[in-house]
Write a protein of this length. Structure first.
Length: 470
């Protein structure tokens, strides 16, 4: 795992689309096209050519409004030329006329002539002047018809790009936690991360089932008498039951009884006995968890039933940390907690980049995804598993059978709330590609990708419409 100021490479498989919560559709990539340079030769305009915040200007010599913009355009380039680029595109067909005009006004930025109109067509230019602010990775961030109106968004990209990346890596909640916070105030960013880590530790202490906590206390008593619980625990149990109903029990926090029979801490292990699994399954059923919203109590109808919040608590912790960072004024950051990733804002003026790794070959990526203001969660069998008699046993248990789910290699869910994508990723993994994709398609504001047991990739409709190439 490696986090730096330019890219966020994530160790599991993530995918993203142009859906509303992630704000990708608002920032399309510029097209690729070969255009003539006014001074001679050709210039290939494409996302890879954009390395700084850039202003692309469509104009014409016969356009009086365009000519009035040139002095301010030249001034902008002269004052900020080290930090921004300007690309001027004339839609005239008379190269000599355009060349003479550009030489006369002494425009030092890149000057192109779109004499066949293809580039203007790609950008949807209907009248001139037409100006586009493009981030350092080629995404159109703003558009307008006056230079003055676009100076602010252009220089905002410059400011964002100059922010330093403050990073922190640690282990909490039994998993790797990583922060990248972009800020010009390093001390303030570190202080905010300290507060965020304390919040994750607080949630871990409250919800862990590995040591004494309010959750373990609940598990000891809730099958005997209704137990009043902390409001946060009650909230997550209530939300978990909703996901259980959505997934028809494929996600079930009462799986803990059967889950305790499996040991995935070693690569060489032995599956539990069928009889033990059958007995443990008698204590698994989300429908036997009774909650009272007015009293904030929880009761287990099955003796010996226990619950675990591992499939939803990390996403919830990340959601709380986001609130902390946003309250302290930070807009651009990325937080990773195990299989949960949430980003806000931009990475030095560009969208965050998520490298997608193959679940069976971590040396290979099959996509690089732009992401902003979205939550992503993955569930897979590539990290915690053991082999027994040439069969892979992954750590995600199907609570309906008591055995590891084996219909998928990896599932990624994208949405707004970290705790929901966390739980849905587990439920869809258990459901498998057919039922799982039907569920994703039924949920507004959520998208996903499923890699089945044979390695076949299924992509939700919203993802299929995106500009991302798998």
């Amino acid at each position: 795992m490696n986090i730096n100021s330019w890219r966020y490479f994530f160790s599991f498989c993530f995918f993203l689309n142009a859906f509303s919560h992630a704000e990708v559709s608002e920032y399309p990539l510029i097209p690729s096209a070969e255009v003539r340079l006014i001074g001679g030769g050709t210039f290939r305009l494409e996302p890879a050519k954009i390395t700084k915040p850039t202003l692309i200007v469509f104009w014409a010599t016969w356009c009086s409004s365009c000519l009035r913009e040139i002095p301010l355009l030249k001034k902008l380039h002269l004052e900020h030329g080290e930090k921004i680029d300007v690309i001027s595109v004339s839609i005239d067909t008379d190269l000599n006329k355009v060349r003479n005009f550009v030489e006369k006004v002494d425009a030092k930025y890149t000057n192109l002539i779109d004499d066949n109109g293809r580039l203007a067509g790609f950008f949807g230019v209907k009248q001139t002047p037409a100006l586009f602010v493009v981030d350092p990775q080629g995404h159109i961030q703003a558009r307008g018809n006056r230079v003055a109106s676009l100076i602010s968004p252009l220089l905002s990209l410059v400011k964002e790009r100059e922010s330093m990346s403050v990073t922190r890596d640690t282990v909490l909640m039994g998993t790797d936690i990583s922060f990248v916070v972009l800020s010009a105030d390093e001390k303030k960013a570190h202080n905010a991360i300290d507060v965020a880590l304390a919040e994750i530790k607080r949630i871990e202490d409250l919800m862990t089932d590995w040591r004494e906590s309010e959750l373990t206390s609940l598990n000891r008593s809730a099958a005997i008498v209704p137990v009043k619980v902390d409001p946060e625990i009650f909230f997550l149990i209530e939300e978990a039951l909703k996901v259980s109903k959505l997934t028809q029990g494929a996600f079930d926090i009462s799986y803990a009884s059967v889950g305790a029979l499996w040991d995935f801490s070693r690569r060489r292990s032995i599956p539990p006995q069928d009889a033990d699994i059958k007995q443990a399954l008698s204590r698994v059923d989300y429908r036997s968890i009774e909650i009272d919203s007015s009293k904030k109590t929880v009761f287990f109808k099955k003796p010996g039933m226990k619950i675990g919040l591992g499939g939803i608590a990390k996403g919830y912790a990340v959601d709380q940390v986001i609130k902390i960072l946003e309250r302290q004024g930070f807009k651009d950051f990325a937080i990773k907690a195990g299989g949960d990733l949430t980003v806000r804002g931009r990475n030095k003026g560009a969208l965050w980049q998520v490298a997608i790794q193959s679940p069976r070959d971590k040396s290979k990526n099959f996509a690089l995804i732009p992401l902003s203001n979205g939550a992503v969660a993955t569930s897979g069998d590539s990290e915690r598993f053991f082999m027994f008699e040439n069969k892979r046993y992954g750590h995600i248990i199907d609570p309906r059978t008591g055995y590891p789910a084996d219909k998928s290699q990896n599932v990624t869910i994208i949405g707004k709330n970290g705790y929901l994508v966390d739980a849905l990723a587990t439920g869809v993994f258990v459901l498998g590609p057919d039922e799982g994709m039907k569920l994703i398609e039924s949920l507004e504001g959520y998208e996903g990708v499923i890699i089945d047991a044979q390695g076949k990739i299924s992509v939700s409709p919203g993802l299929q419409k995106s500009r991302t190439v798998i």
